[in-house]
Design a protein around this ligand. Structure first.
Ligand code: V47
Ligand code: SF4
Length: 376
């Protein structure tokens, strides 16, 4: 039976939710929790795919990017973090601007369109350094777009410079910041947040920083760290706060669920979430966040096979080629210890699922639609 026919035959609560989705009506937080708790996984896949289809038809996006992680030294104490090191620790690193320049230059000729910059909150770095870092990358790679600094890093650098968030963001924008990644959101529920990230930028502040960015015309992403000590009510509360802000600003491009990885940290004694739970979480996120255009499966975190499966659960974006440039997830135990993928492999992965591979820039402008007979 065709999936549209399956939907019209659903009865009871799931039937009501399916009806809302086919009429493009919004589901309530209670319905979101119900989906997490009671929906069949196959039903979630069908419903999320329907929402995805309305937003991006058969397209799946990817880009050519690499990360710069300028330091893993950090003033914060997030319990889920396997990456942070104290100053002078043998495994700590901090890049000078010369290091950044060399690193950027080493990627010349790779047709990179986005550089994603994120790291620890280093106690002696300041706004000038972070602006110079952007300028240094753009000097070596003038055509790239810069997606840089989580709200947590921006909070610190603006405060240290004695500037408002708005003023700090303006300086970063002048230096060449094109968009802001979604990190630092973790879980907005204040009680859970105080347990997993006790001294970090508050949820209210995180949302305020993203709102200010949107008002300045800087698009941003949003994440949710799940699978530790939160429950479904906390997840829906998180999604709901994002949905409310998006109603106001329309500035979020993409939502990225981040599965908690437990290696190298002490946050949760529980086993990691199952693969089925991860797929269900993508689906509920897609269904609930009806106003955020894209849902990303960040393959360095969940692995290529899971990223492929997620395409049947509402995902329409696979992030990028990465070029073995990030350590956040390998240090937390991800199976992708040296994440790198060719554009051709991403295209093949998308196409073998009957979907259309679209290469995008950092802000989701279409750069190329890959025909099935394309040769690399
Ligand atoms: O905020 C840290 C997460 C985030 C762990 O915007 C962990 O395109 C799971 O936000 N287990 C930073 N998660 C990375 C991030 C991101 C990644 C990819 C794409 C984009 C985007 C943004 O990483 C942190 C935190 O939530 N994180 N440690 C861990 N053990
Ligand atoms: Fe620092 Fe980020 Fe790690 Fe928290 S998650 S300790 S802010 S590097």
């Amino acid at each position: 039976m065709h999936s549209a026919a399956i939907l019209t035959n659903l009865k009871g609560q799931i039937g009501q939710i399916a009806g809302k989705i086919s009429r493009s009506e919004r589901i309530t937080p209670d319905e979101g929790i119900w989906l997490y708790e009671h929906a069949e996984t196959a039903e979630l896949g069908i419903l999320a795919s329907q929402v995805k289809k309305k937003l991006s038809s058969d397209k799946v996006f990817f880009n050519r990017n690499f990360h710069i992680e300028p330091t893993n030294i950090c003033i914060h104490n997030c319990l889920f973090c396997s990456y942070r090191r104290r100053v002078n620790h043998a495994e700590a690193w901090e890049f000078s601007l010369e290091d950044i320049s060399e690193l950027a230059a080493s990627h010349a000729g790779e047709n990179i369109t986005e550089v994603h910059i994120v790291g620890g909150v280093h106690p002696s770095r300041d706004l000038n350094y972070y602006c110079s870092l952007i300028l240094t990358v753009k000097e070596e790679l003038p055509k790239v777009q810069i997606k840089a600094y989580t709200a947590v890093e921006i909070d610190y650098m603006a405060h240290k410079a004695g500037l408002s968030i708005n003023e700090g963001l303006q300086k970063l924008k002048e230096a060449g910041l094109d968009s802001i990644p979604g990190g630092g959101a973790e879980i907005f529920d204040e009680e859970i947040r105080s347990k997993i990230a006790p001294d970090k930028t508050s949820s209210v502040k995180w949302l305020e920083i993203h709102e200010s960015a949107h008002n300045l015309g800087i698009p941003t992403n949003a994440t949710m760290l799940y699978g530790h000590i939160e429950n479904y009510t906390h997840r829906i509360d998180h999604l709901n706060r994002l949905r409310e802000l998006q109603d106001k600003t329309r500035g979020f491009n993409c939502f990225i669920p981040l599965k908690y990885h437990r290696t190298g940290n002490t946050l949760s004694p529980n086993p990691e979430t199952t693969k089925i739970e991860d797929l269900r979480n993508y689906a509920v996120s897609r269904i609930f966040l009806d106003n955020i255009p894209h849902l990303k499966a960040y393959w360095p975190m969940i692995g290529k096979e899971m990223a492929e499966l997620s395409l049947s659960f509402g995902v329409d974006d696979l992030d990028g080629t990465i070029q073995d440039s990030t350590k956040i997830y390998s240090m937390a135990g991800s199976k992708e210890q040296n994440p790198a993928i060719q554009a051709s492999e991403l295209v093949e992965l998308i196409q073998r699922n009957g979907l259309v591979a679209v290469e995008r820039d950092s802000l989701y402008k279409t750069l190329k639609i890959y025909k099935r007979d394309h040769t690399f």
